[in-house]
Write a protein that binds this ligand. Structure first.
Ligand SMILES: NC(=O)c1ccc[n+]([C@@H]2O[C@H](COP(=O)([O-])OP(=O)(O)OC[C@H]3O[C@@H](n4cnc5c(N)ncnc54)[C@H](O)[C@@H]3O)[C@@H](O)[C@H]2O)c1
Length: 483
């Protein structure tokens, strides 16, 4: 009971603490922003697709007192216009400047940009991070930090050469349920962690989406081990405050893709979801059914030919849909991880074993893919929905059991907005500066490297069939605990 009270009080008093591991890589944004005489932080954002909206709304909304959006940039001018319209018509502000992606360096220098938000496809992150740092700006980059060894090395060198700051926005850390598990482990309730069992399932709407979009090509996303699982590996690294050391991976493309469809006798498929006569096909996403998807992607195909609704059973898919990993940690624990991208429900289960007990977090984000919303609510963690399923219910449950004691449930207190209010907490740290956080949620580029290193090592292990030591990848930095 005493332990439960302690955890609850931590919640209520949750403020901020610097993460020791990454302290040296962060110039404190709060210090910069709040220094006397310093105006609002001047931001430029590159990559005006789906993810950028959260940052744009934050700057023109609750964080307008500390942040100013100076300019937008994207390879597709139609998507820049989409957000210029949103800024003017919905957010009631003036349109901002725009520039060509190739002009990033020049724009930063000519306009005194303090920070660049990077929300472009994963394979472009390293280029834009390096350009921004070298031009004299700090960086806020979406996960994953980058997708391969070369990207890690280039970013590491640029950080070392410029001394500038890179923040990777790991919003999952801020989800109250994930923070609650961190509190349990950090408070020592289950003793010293010995192993973690972590399974994540993506359903046939959200999971399928990675096989429709640019993510389907490993050259763009690094595959789900990098693109998606970097969230999950970061959670584990942070939950147990340890550093991954060796990775063995196994997996493949077993459900989506042309070959699997042929083997299952699926027959002729539509080239894309947005074409007449596809209604009723559960794997089809018709961009015209959703006003935002239509305006953002379908109406802008004329500029770059990018189709966001490719058939998930067509050729050209080079990423895996079933993955399993064993990861050894510096401090001793072992992680067993699995990812499935064609599950009938979406969510995750994680069990953490310790010398004094076990903590189990179970999350159902979409209980079943049924009902009329199945096509447009792609990510149920960002847009909570209710689905009918008599057996499985949307929800979350954190259960803790110490040796020789009965199990008990830990309350999870959610806030407003995406990821149980986690997105708003993340944005507050980002724009107001991370202060003292007892949970160490603000993440720097070393956290980004540590999470992506598991996926990169996993991809190498998939290729070679052998375990891979992260220290031997040649990332240009020693990520181990001793470093
Ligand atoms: N943390 C999260 O929960 C979360 C959720 C979604 C996406 N993301 C991340 O955000 C990033 C963007 O994902 P998204 O879903 O918004 O994708 P998206 O396809 O909707 O948007 C990407 C944008 O980048 C533009 N672009 C492509 N190549 C470019 C280039 N070379 N230079 C400049 N612009 C270019 C595209 O035109 C598009 O507008 C990814 O790194 C993804 O991993 C994170």
């Amino acid at each position: 009971m005493a332990v439960k009270r302690f955890i609850f009080s931590l919640w209520k008093g949750a403020s901020h603490m610097v993460n020791v591991d990454t302290a040296e890589t962060r110039t404190d944004a709060a210090t910069q922003q709040n220094a006397p005489g310093h105006g609002r932080t001047r931001f430029a954002l590159i990559g005006t697709g789906g993810r950028s909206e959260m940052y744009i709304r934050a700057i023109f909304g609750p964080h307008g007192d500390t942040a100013e959006l100076v300019a937008l940039s994207d390879a597709n001018p139609g998507r820049v216009d989409f957000y210029q319209n949103l800024i003017q018509q919905e957010l009631g502000a003036k349109a901002v400047a725009s520039f060509e992606p190739s002009e990033l360096t020049q724009f930063i220098k000519a306009n005194g940009i303090d920070r660049v938000i990077i929300t472009t496809p994963d394979y472009t992150h390293a280029d834009y991070i390096v350009q921004a740092l070298e031009a004299g700006a700090d960086v806020v980059v979406e996960k994953p930090l980058t997708i391969d060894v070369e990207g890690c090395r280039r970013i590491t060198q640029a950080v070392a050469a410029t001394g500038r700051n890179v923040v990777v926005t790991f919003n999952y850390r801020y989800s109250p349920r994930n923070s609650a598990l961190k509190e349990i482990i950090q408070a020592g309730v289950i003793g010293k962690v010995t192993s973690i069992d972590f399974g994540w399932v993506l359903d046939t709407v959200h999971g399928a989406d990675y096989f429709r979009r640019w993510h389907r090509d490993k050259k763009n996303s690094g595959g789900l081990l990098v693109h998606k699982a970097s969230h999950h590996f970061d959670l584990v690294n942070w939950w147990i405050d340890d550093v991954p050391q060796r990775v063995y991976a196994s997996g493949g493309l077993r459900f989506y893709g042309e070959k699997n469809a042929a083997e299952r006798g699926l027959g002729a498929r539509p080239e894309r979801g947005t074409q007449d006569g596809t209604a009723g096909d559960p794997f089809v996403l018709d961009l015209r059914d959703d006003e935002r998807l239509k305006a953002l992607y379908y109406d802008n195909e004329k500029f770059d030919g990018y189709r966001r609704d490719q058939d998930v059973f067509a050729e050209g898919i080079t990423i895996e849909d079933n993955l399993a990993l064993t990861v050894d940690y510096d401090g001793g624990p072992t992680l067993s991880y699995s990812l499935n991208a064609h599950s009938p429900w979406e969510g995750y289960r994680v069990a953490v074993n310790g010398t004094e007990g076990r903590a189990e977090l179970e999350v159902v984000e979409r209980a079943a893919v049924v009902g009329s919303d199945k096509k447009t609510v792609v990510d149920p963690s960002a847009t909570p929905i209710e689905e009918e399923d008599a057996v499985r219910r949307n929800g979350e449950r954190l259960v803790v059991q110490r040796h020789w004691e009965a199990a008990y449930e830990v309350p999870i207190i959610n806030g407003e907005g995406g990821h149980g209010g986690g997105d708003n907490l993340l944005l507050s740290d980002l724009f107001n500066g991370p202060g003292e956080d007892p949970l160490g949620r603000p993440s720097g580029y070393v956290d980004g490297l540590r999470s992506v290193s598991v996926g990169i090592a996993g991809n190498k292990s998939l290729e070679t069939g052998l375990p891979v030591r992260i220290g031997e990848l040649g990332l240009g930095i020693d990520l181990s605990r001793q470093a």
